[in-house]
Design a protein around this ligand. Structure first.
Ligand code: IDP
Ligand code: MG
Length: 237
């Protein structure tokens, strides 16, 4: 009974707080607050737990006081926990050439080994119309039609990766648009030869990342979780 109350309070808190906070990445975000709720409800002393113990019959009062305790719980987060909850996200796609050439694992492993966290992934064959939406900013370019035909020609691995600086550093891992100009050590530098078959897409800034994530994924396809590695990937001395 007590754990059921805790679970629904955590769920409600997540919904409430994530709806109210996404606007500012500097402010304490919905994900941070949700993490605070999760951390708090996982084991730390909160008034929710206290109420549940003292007065298990009064579920609604416990539930509400649990929500009221959230701001306090947020400040009880360790630096690492709050940091992990604040990390940015980017949209990365392995294009049909990368999929057909068997480079899925190679590409994923480069992001994974860096320390970034995979929070969404699926395989899809985009329609031409969808490809045009994805590349809408290039519609005046002469290669636009061919590019959209190509993106919709076969399976694409669509992903969202999370981590500190993942938008900008993801682009570094990927390398320059033209593989002839990509540095060795980058994905395109090591694994591709021409610009028309450069195997991977990555968002080029915070606004594009936000737009592309919401174009390719429904909100409930994104998974928020704490990776065991986070305490080793992040930290300061
Ligand atoms: P990006 O993928 O590095 O962000 P963009 O300039 O956004 O590069 O171009 C999107 C995609 O369009 C490229 O990844 C590449 O597949 C294709 N593309 C870019 N420039 C050319 C070109 O000059 N010829 C043919 N295809 C191009
Ligand atoms: Mg681009």
């Amino acid at each position: 009974m007590r754990s059921e109350i805790c679970r629904s309070a955590a769920r409600a808190a997540r919904t409430l707080l994530s709806a109210s906070t996404r606007q500012s990445s500097r402010a304490f975000s919905g994900r941070a607050a949700a993490a605070a709720a999760a951390v708090s409800l996982r084991g730390r002393a909160t008034s929710l737990a206290a109420h549940s113990r003292v007065d298990p019959g009064n579920a609604s009062r416990s539930w509400i006081s649990g929500l009221l305790a959230l701001p306090a719980a947020a400040y009880m987060l360790t630096e690492q926990e709050a940091h992990a909850a604040e990390l940015e996200r980017t949209f990365i796609a392995i294009k049909p050439d990368g999929v057909q050439r068997g480079l899925i694992a190679e590409i994923i492993s480069r992001f994974e080994r860096k320390g970034f966290k995979l929070v969404a992934i699926k395989i899809v064959v985009p329609s031409k119309d969808f490809a045009q939406k994805h590349y809408h900013d290039l519609k005046e370019r002469p290669f636009f039609n061919g590019l959209c035909d190509f993106l919709s020609s076969g399976p694409v691995i669509a992903m969202v990766w999370e981590g500190e600086g993942v938008i900008k550093y993801g682009r570094k891992l990927i390398g320059a648009t033209d593989p002839q100009k990509s540095e060795p050590g980058t994905i395109r530098g090591d694994l591709a030869v021409v610009v028309g078959r450069n195997i991977i897409h990555g968002s080029d800034g915070p606004e594009t990342a936000k737009d592309e994530i919401s174009l390719w994924f429904k909100p409930d396809e994104l998974v928020s979780y704490t990776s065991n590695a986070e305490k080793w990937v992040y930290g300061s001395n």
